[in-house]
Design a binder for this molecule. Structure first.
Ligand code: ZN
Length: 322
């Protein structure tokens, strides 16, 4: 890649936008537009990460790391320079598109009674939570037209996995949750496969930028579990989007001293519990303090609340976890 192409890439990716899409939020504003916040690169408890959006540069007074957006991507994703460039080029192409898709689906949520009814059935009703998680609804049969009007080519929609090779919306009758560089869709229909992601990585732990500042973190398998806990007032929660953690998710959990409460499904066939046991071993090897939450048989955190469980009862389960 030429020097000029590198400069162009750096100009096209605002470091602030890139950080925000990875859950970073500034804690305070300084002079000349500079921002200070928790460092995404080390376990930071008082804001030591300085961002200069004008210069597109960062520096952390805690871990001493600093540089441009490429350096940040190398450190954050723990990859070498060429891989960081690849990730940034993907992001540059995908981020604005996924932002448009998330915005469109959020508007659809309130236009479709069946979507709101499904959320209610899963115990989700808090407007703040719907806002926080940017929950939307994919009715199907309308996204392609919308994106085409916005100027996105059919080829780019297909490449992102939003439109099938036959030209239909890939997400139909699904509640959708925007992820870091991906989109999770939960089907309303019992006949369709329940879970859908775009091709590519699922991203890191859900909302890790928020959860990691807590000394005690609750880890759940699914976004509806996350939603139920968040709504009940447990904001120290994160989600692995499945019982098996990626190397990156594991690394995130181990990036500082903390206690992790595993609240995986207590399903009857025991696969969730098996995954939990193997995760307990791996985290313990890394020196993380792990406790397993014993949910009532056959329950996940979402169904625990839907069946009438409350925050006080869950707190007791957390205290009893070992
Ligand atoms: Zn740092």
């Amino acid at each position: 890649m030429s020097r000029q192409a590198l400069d162009e890439l750096k100009q096209q990716i605002p470091l602030l936008g890139y950080l925000q899409s990875h859950d970073w939020q500034p804690a305070r504003r300084l002079s000349r537009g500079r921002l200070m916040g928790l460092c995404p690169l080390h376990a930071d408890h008082k804001p030591s990460f300085l961002l200069d959006p004008g210069k597109n540069l960062f520096y952390c007074y805690g871990c001493g790391c600093g540089g441009d957006v490429i350096r940040f991507a190398e450190l954050y994703h723990q990859v070498r320079f060429p891989q960081a460039l690849w990730l940034l080029r993907e992001w540059r192409g995908l981020a604005p598109l996924l932002q448009s898709v998330a915005d469109f689906y959020r508007i659809q949520l309130h236009r479709h009674g069946e979507a709101v009814a499904y959320l209610n059935q899963r115990g989700i009703h808090s407007p703040e939570l719907i806002e926080e998680m940017r929950i939307g609804y994919a009715p199907g049969g309308c996204l392609r037209r919308w994106l085409t009007q916005l100027g996105y080519s059919l080829q780019s929609q297909r490449h992102a996995g939003l439109v099938t090779s036959a030209g239909y919306d890939a997400y139909t009758h699904r509640i959708v949750f925007p992820l870091e560089g991906n989109l999770y869709g939960r089907s309303l229909s019992v006949t369709a496969p329940p879970h859908r992601f775009l091709p590519g990585a699922k991203g890191g732990l859900y909302s890790w930028g928020q959860a990691r500042s807590y000394p005690e973190v609750i880890l759940v398998e699914g976004l509806f579990d996350y939603a139920a806990l968040w709504q009940a007032g447990f904001h120290n929660v994160t989600c692995s989007l499945g019982a098996h953690l990626s190397a990156r998710q594991l690394h995130q959990l181990c990036d500082g001293p903390r206690t992790v409460y595993l609240a995986f499904d207590a399903d009857t066939n025991g696969s969730g519990q098996q995954a939990a046991q193997s995760l307990v071993r791996r985290l313990t090897e890394q020196g993380v303090n792990v406790r397993t939450v014993a949910l009532p048989d056959g329950h996940d955190p979402n169904s625990f609340f839907v069946q009438g469980g409350d925050a006080r009862q869950l707190q007791s389960l957390l205290e009893a976890a070992q």
